[in-house]
Design a protein around this ligand. Structure first.
Ligand code: ATP
Ligand code: MG
Length: 654
C-alpha cells in the first residue's frame, strides 16, 4: 500500500557537503565500496587510525566461533585512555569536555585535564576497595559529572559497568544487580528533576535488602541533594570521602579488545530486558567513527545529546564517542519541560549548541507544548548556532520531522534519523549530514561498512518496495557479544535458526523505497498488521494520525477480528484535553475519515481510544505489547518493570 502523502526530499546545503567528513553521495558511495571490496581492511584501517592501542592487533575479525564474533582480539587498549589521556597528550587539556547544566540551571564546566584527574582519583578509590578487572559495577546515578566519571573510572580499571536508569524501581535495580552479580553499586543520595529532589539511595537500600545481592561489597554514595541517608557501616562510603586523598594519576588497565566494557539492559519495549554485553575495542571504534561520519564532529562544535546515561545512547553518544573525539558536550540533569517547555531551546541558545541529538518522543511533546503556549516555541529563541540535528529511539513521523527541521533547524540543518539499538552499539542506518538527500520518516541508508538488508521469513532478500524483516548480513565491530550469562538466548534472539544462524535479526520490520533503496522502519516485527490480507506497518497509520492537526501522539496495534483477521486499534493523545462522550465520538469519526483519506479505507482504525498519554518505557518508547493486551480487552499481565506511567493503563481500557 502506498502512502499518498507527498514525499518531499531535503538536500544538505552545498556548504555542508563541502565541509563534511563524508562529502556528498560520491564520498558516501566510495566508503561503501571500500567496505564491500575489503570488509576487514575497511574496519582494520579505521581501528588503527582512530584508536590508540597499547598492543596492536594482528587479526581484524575472528569468525571461528560464529555467531560469537571477535574483533581485533589480540589487540590491547584502554577505553578511558583513549577518551582522556590521549586528548590531554594532544594539547586539549584545557579544552572544556563537559558543560554540566543542573536542573536548577547552574552550569559547571570540566576540562579534559580536570576530567582525567577526577576519573583517575575515582578509579584509584575503586581499586582501593578491591574492584578489579572483570568485576561488574552497577551505576545507579542521575545525569551528572560523577555519572560520566564513574563510567570512565570503571573503564580505566577494566571493571565492567552496568548502568541502571535513575528512574527504575528497587525491584528492577535488584534484578540487574543479581543478574550481573555486581561487586559494587555507585549511587547518590538523590537527584533533582523538574525542581524536585527525588531519593535514590533509599531505593538502592531497598533493592539490596530484597535478596540476591550478596555479591555487593561496596556502595559508594555521591552527595547531590543533601538529603539524609542511611549509611551502612563497612559497606557504604561517601564518594567525596573515597576520592579525597587519592592520587590524580592512575595507570590504566590494558585490556583485550574483546574485554566487556559494559552490560546494558534493553528498554523492554518488546519483552523482558536483555543484558547486552559490549566489547572495548570494536565498540569504541564505532562510537568514534559515527561521531565523525554521522555527526561530522569538528573541534569547534558544541555537541548535545539529551539522552540519559542510563540508555545506550547516553553510553555511546555522551560518555564514550564524544570524549574519544575530544569534543565539548553538554550533560543535562533536568527535564525538557522545566522550568518550562522552552528549556531545550534556551540551552541551545545559551551554550551555542551546534549539534543537537534527541528523541521523537521529546520532539512530539515539545510540539504539543509550543502549540499550547507560543512563549515556548523554538522560534522565540536564537538557534542559529545549530548545524546538525539528530533523532533516535523510535521512528520519527514525517510531521514531527518537518516541525523539527523548520522550527528548530531553521530549514538549514540536516536531520540524521539514526536507526540503531542497544545491541548494535552505534548507528546502523542513518543519513550522512553532508551527503544523503533526506526523506522525512526514513532513516535512509546504511552507515558505511554496515551491511543491512530486508528479507522474508526464509532469509531471502525481498525486492525493494516490498516490506520484510530487517537483518544485518555481516558482523560489525560494535555489535553485541552476548546476552550476559545466557549464550543460548543470544543465539536464539539474534542469530535464529530460521536464518541458519547467518543473519543478525534486529527485531524490526522495514521496507526499502522502490527507487532509492532507502530504508523505512515499519515497526517491530510483531507490529505488522494484516487487515483483510493487506499487510501494513503500524508506523504508517501512526504517521497519518499524527499528521492530523488535533493529534499529538498515536500508537496503533492489531487485535484479532473475525471478519478482517486483524482490526486496527489506535490509542491517541490529542493536543488539547482528552475528549469524552459525544465530543470523543465526533473526533473518532473525524480521525477515521482522515486516515481513510491519507492512506486508504482499509487503514481506518476500527477502535480509537483517547488517553492523556501513552504507556512508555522510561526511555520514552511506546510499549505496544501492553497496548495489544488492552486492545483485546485483557488486563495487562506482562512484565511492566520498565513502564514509566502505570496509571495510564486504566485510562486506555476499552
Ligand atoms: P527491547 O529490545 O527490550 O524490546 P528496545 O528494543 O526498545 O527494548 P532499545 O535498544 O533501546 O530497546 O531500542 C532499539 C529499538 O528502537 C530499535 O530496534 C527500533 O525499534 C527503535 N529505534 C531506534 N532508533 C530508531 C529510528 N531512528 N527509527 C526507527 N526505529 C528506531
Ligand atoms: Mg530491542
Amino acid at each position: 500500500m502506498s502512502n499518498e502523502q507527498q514525499v518531499r526530499i531535503y538536500n544538505p546545503s552545498e556548504e555542508m557537503v563541502r565541509n563534511a567528513a563524508v562529502s556528498g553521495m560520491d564520498g558516501y558511495r566510495a566508503l561503501c565500496k571500500e567496505a564491500e571490496d575489503d570488509y576487514e581492511g575497511y574496519w582494520g584501517r579505521r581501528a588503527k587510525e582512530l584508536l590508540d592501542w597499547k598492543e596492536p592487533f594482528t587479526q581484524v575479525l575472528d569468525q571461528s566461533n560464529a555467531p560469537f564474533f571477535k574483533w581485533f582480539a589480540d589487540g590491547k587498549l584502554n577505553v578511558s585512555y583513549n577518551c582522556l589521556d590521549r586528548n590531554v597528550n594532544n594539547g586539549l587539556g584545557d579544552k572544556v569536555a563537559l558543560i554540566f547544566e543542573a536542573d536548577s540551571g547552574e552550569v559547571t564546566k570540566v576540562t579534559y585535564k580536570d576530567l582525567l584527574a577526577r576519573v583517575s582519583k575515582f578509579a584509584n578509590a575503586l581499586r582501593g576497595m578491591g574492584v578489579k578487572k572483570g568485576d561488574r559495577v552497577i551505576i545507579y546515578l542521575p545525569m551528572s559529572i560523577e555519572g560520566v566519571v564513574a563510567m570512565q573510572a570503571c573503564a580505566r580499571i577494566g571493571a565492567t559497568h552496568s548502568i541502571v536508569f535513575g528512574g527504575f524501581s528497587a525491584q528492577a535495580l535488584r534484578d540487574r544487580i543479581e543478574d550481573a552479580a555486581a561487586v559494587a553499586v555507585i549511587t547518590s543520595d538523590g537527584q533533582f528533576r523538574g525542581g524536585k529532589a527525588l531519593p535514590l539511595k533509599p531505593i538502592a537500600d531497598e533493592a539490596l535488602s530484597l535478596g540476591g545481592c550478596d555479591s555487593v561489597k561496596n556502595v559508594i554514595v555521591v552527595k547531590r541533594t543533601g538529603a539524609d541517608v542511611n549509611m551502612v557501616a563497612g559497606r557504604d562510603t561517601w564518594y567525596h570521602e573515597a576520592v579525597a586523598s587519592q592520587s590524580e594519576t592512575c595507570e590504566p588497565e590494558w585490556v583485550e579488545a574483546e574485554h566487556p566494557l559494559f552490560i546494558l539492559y534493553t528498554s523492554g519495549s518488546t519483552g523482558k530486558p536483555k543484558g547486552v554485553q559490549h566489547s572495548s575495542g570494536g565498540y569504541l571504534l564505532q562510537a568514534v567513527l559515527s561521531m565523525k561520519y554521522t555527526f561530522d564532529i569538528k573541534p569547534e562544535d558544541v555537541y548535545w545529546c539529551t539522552a540519559d546515561i542510563g540508555w545506550v545512547t547516553g553510553h555511546t553518544y555522551i560518555t564514550y564517542g564524544p570524549l574519544a573525539c575530544g569534543a565539548t558536550e553538554i550533560v543535562f540533569e533536568g527535564v525538557p519541560t522545566y522550568p518550562d517547555a522552552g528549556r531545550f531551546w534556551k540551552m541551545i541558545q545559551d551554550h551555542k549548541v551546534s549539534i543537537f541529538y534527541t528523541a521523537p518522543t521529546a520532539i512530539r511533546s515539545l510540539i504539543k507544548a509550543a502549540d499550547n503556549n507560543p512563549a515556548v516555541h523554538p522560534k522565540q529563541y536564537n538557534l542559529s548556532s545549530l548545524r546538525i540535528l539528530g533523532s533516535v529511539g523510535e521512528p520519527i513521523n514525517p510531521a514531527a520531522w518537518e516541525w523539527y527541521y523548520e522550527n528548530v533547524g531553521g530549514g538549514r540543518c540536516p536531520i540524521v534519523d539514526t536507526f540503531w539499538q542497544t545491541e548494535t552499539g552505534a548507528h546502523m542506518i542513518t543519513p550522512m549530514p553532508g551527503a544523503t538527500p533526506m526523506v522525512p520518516g526514513s532513516c535512509t541508508l546504511p552507515f558505511p561498512g554496515i551491511m543491512a538488508a530486508v528479507v522474508d521469513e526464509t532469509g531471502t532478500e525481498v525486492p525493494w518496495g516490498q516490506g520484510g524483516i530487517l537483518v544485518v548480513t555481516k558482523p560489525w565491530p560494535s555489535m553485541i557479544r552476548n546476552v550476559w550469562g545466557d549464550p543460548d538466548r543470544f543465539k536464539k534472539t539474534y542469530y535464529p535458526e530460521d536464518f541458519k544462524g547467518k543473519l543478525y535479526l534486529a527485531g524490526d520490520g522495514a521496507i526499502r523505497d522502490a527507487e532509492t533503496g532507502y530504508f523505512t522502519i515499519t515497526g517491530r516485527i510483531d507490529d505488522v498488521l494484516n487487515v483483510s490480507g493487506h499487510r501494513m506497518g503500524t508506523m504508517e497509520i501512526e504517521s497519518a494520525l499524527v499528521a492530523h492537526e488535533k493529534v499529538a501522539e498515536a500508537a496503533v496495534v492489531g487485535r484479532p477480528d473475525d471478519v478482517t483477521g486483524e482490526a486496527i486499534v489506535a490509542f491517541v493523545v490529542l493536543k488539547g484535553a482528552r475528549p469524552t462522550g459525544d465530543e470523543a465520538a465526533k473526533v473518532i469519526k473525524e480521525l477515521q475519515a482522515w486516515v481513510g483519506h491519507e492512506i486508504g479505507p482499509i487503514a481506518k482504525p476500527k477502535d480509537i481510544r483517547f488517553g492523556e498519554n501513552l504507556p512508555k518505557t522510561r526511555s520514552g518508547k511506546i510499549m505496544r505489547r501492553l497496548l495489544r493486551q488492552l486492545a483485546k480487552g485483557e488486563d495487562v499481565t506482562q512484565d511492566t518493570s520498565t513502564l514509566e506511567n502505570p496509571a495510564i493503563l486504566e485510562q486506555l481500557k476499552g
